[in-house]
Write a protein that binds this ligand. Structure first.
Ligand SMILES: [Zn+2]
Length: 466
């Protein structure tokens, strides 16, 4: 044949011809085997997606407001986020979050593959069966796989300019005990998970690094590798404590967390690069009622800035009779309230305070992108008029899906200041608008979400609007 086929973009007719030509070259026996088994696999895959209602799973994407199923750092289609106790997060996800060691899609490798990091050594393995059934675990796991396929791979492909459909996985075994490696129910769960992945999500692993593997891991690995396809095994690298050089060959220094030998710390996010409840760098997430304080404002190139201030101060407050069991205990310490009468009669509390977060959601529908910063002005600190930066300036692309920021609040009363501005001419990717376009107002919509009881008890009030 003299015609040239564009291998990257074959037409349907070209594909059909190619398949027929290939069939013609195979023996009848091979041909029937291939087509039957392939058809059976595809049918089974479709049936499974239907039965497990995979397409109905609430997967976070740029065009919806679903929460992320797992923490994410360094992507633009979904902003940096942790798991939150929001409305669309199931109780099972919150329970598992307590006993999982912590995982995160953390930026990209040098070839543009997403990097997934799991603190595998920090799992509270024995508690997992208490928190979830096998089906519950599968659902959680499939949500992660779907998030990877529907949201992360498309973005990585767009950035790399070629199809990216495989990820790099790092299992950090630091903290693992012999009890975990020989815990049969956990190994059984792992085997089930691996078999489902090989069946329903094949070929989506580029490389896997198992780092900080202790010498006793060798025995467990002999067992685990017997469950894996030989092609999968060839892509798995087992490394001890000296793993940094190997990882840095694949992942840029600034994209690799410091605890794995890189320089990234993600200090703008609670929990840093890979939040972990068992490691205590991220709080457990009890389900609470959240209220959303909504605002809508127009900005433009002639008025490119917008600020909003919340006053956080306690209202009249009577200490509850049983302070230790009261959820207000945490708020009291957050806001620095002295409650001597309660303390005097109470034994030392294990719950001194917990980190509090305020969730800021916003969308800016067009423009060059929007820059956000958040400041804290202590009410006792008149000298520091400008306040303390608690979320430094970050530029976000304009998008209709809300960007959700999780902002850690200091343990004091005062004012929370949100500042927005349109990106300057030397920031961002989008071209500077022409004079006519610059006249079109940009709709900025935002809401501040916070725990309902916090608003009720502490009078979270908007005080200034400009
Ligand atoms: Zn990081």
């Amino acid at each position: 044949m003299n015609t040239t086929v564009d291998l990257d973009n074959p037409t349907l007719a070209e594909k059909t011809t190619a398949i027929e030509q290939l069939r013609g070259k195979l023996s009848d026996e091979v041909n029937s085997y291939c087509s039957d088994s392939a058809a059976a696999m595809v049918n089974e895959w479709y049936q499974w997606r239907k039965d497990a209602r995979i397409d109905d799973l609430p997967i976070a994407q740029p065009n919806n407001v679903f929460p992320v199923p797992y923490p994410i750092r360094g992507y633009h289609s979904v902003a940096d986020a942790n798991l939150t106790a929001g409305m669309r997060v199931s109780d099972m996800q919150l329970k598992l979050n307590k006993v999982f060691g912590g995982g995160c899609w953390h930026k990209r490798d040098k070839d543009g593959h997403p990097v997934y990091i799991e603190r595998a050594g920090r799992y509270h393995i024995k508690d997992i069966p208490k928190m979830s059934t096998m089906n519950g675990l599968f659902e959680f796991h499939f949500m992660m796989q779907e998030f990877l396929n529907r949201t992360i791979f498309p973005e990585c492909s767009e950035i790399a300019g070629c199809e990216i459909s495989k990820q790099v996985v790092i299992f950090d075994m630091a903290g693992i005990s012999i009890g975990m490696l020989s815990h049969w129910p956990a190994l059984n769960m792992l085997r089930e998970m691996l078999s489902k992945d090989q069946l329903y999500y094949p070929e989506c692993m580029h490389l896997t690094y198992i780092v900080n593997a202790p010498s006793m891991f060798v025995t467990a690995w002999k067992l685990i590798r017997s469950w894996l396809d030989p092609r999968v095994i060839s892509k798995i690298h087992i490394l001890g404590k000296d793993h940094a050089d190997v990882l840095l060959k694949q992942i840029p220094d600034y994209n690799l967390p410091a605890f794995l030998g890189g320089s990234c710390r993600c200090s703008h996010m609670p929990g840093g690069c890979v939040p972990s409840v068992p490691l205590n760098n991220f709080p457990d997430l009890p389900r609470k009622a959240f209220v959303s304080l909504r605002h809508q404002v127009q900005i433009s190139y002639t008025h490119p800035r917008h600020s909003f201030v919340y006053n956080l101060s306690p209202t009249e407050f009577d200490p509850p009779p049983t302070p230790l069991s009261s959820p207000l205990m945490g708020y009291a310490s957050w806001l620095g309230i002295k409650r001597d009468s309660a303390r005097a009669s109470a034994p030392p509390s294990p719950v001194q305070s917990r980190t509090r977060y305020i969730y800021l959601r916003f969308t800016a529908d067009h423009g060059r992108g929007i820059v956000v910063e958040v400041l804290w002005r202590s009410s006792n600190d008149a000298a520091n008029e400008d306040g303390t930066l608690i979320y430094p300036e970050v530029l976000f692309d304009p998008q209709r899906a809300p960007i959700v920021l999780e902002i850690e609040s200091p343990n004091r009363s005062g004012q929370l200041v949100f500042n927005w501005r349109i990106a300057n001419f030397d920031e961002g990717q989008a071209p500077f608008p022409d004079p006519q376009e610059a006249q079109v107002p940009i709709q900025l919509e935002y809401s501040v979400d916070t725990e309902e009881s916090l608003v009720e008890e502490f009078d979270l009030l908007p005080i200034k609007h400009d």
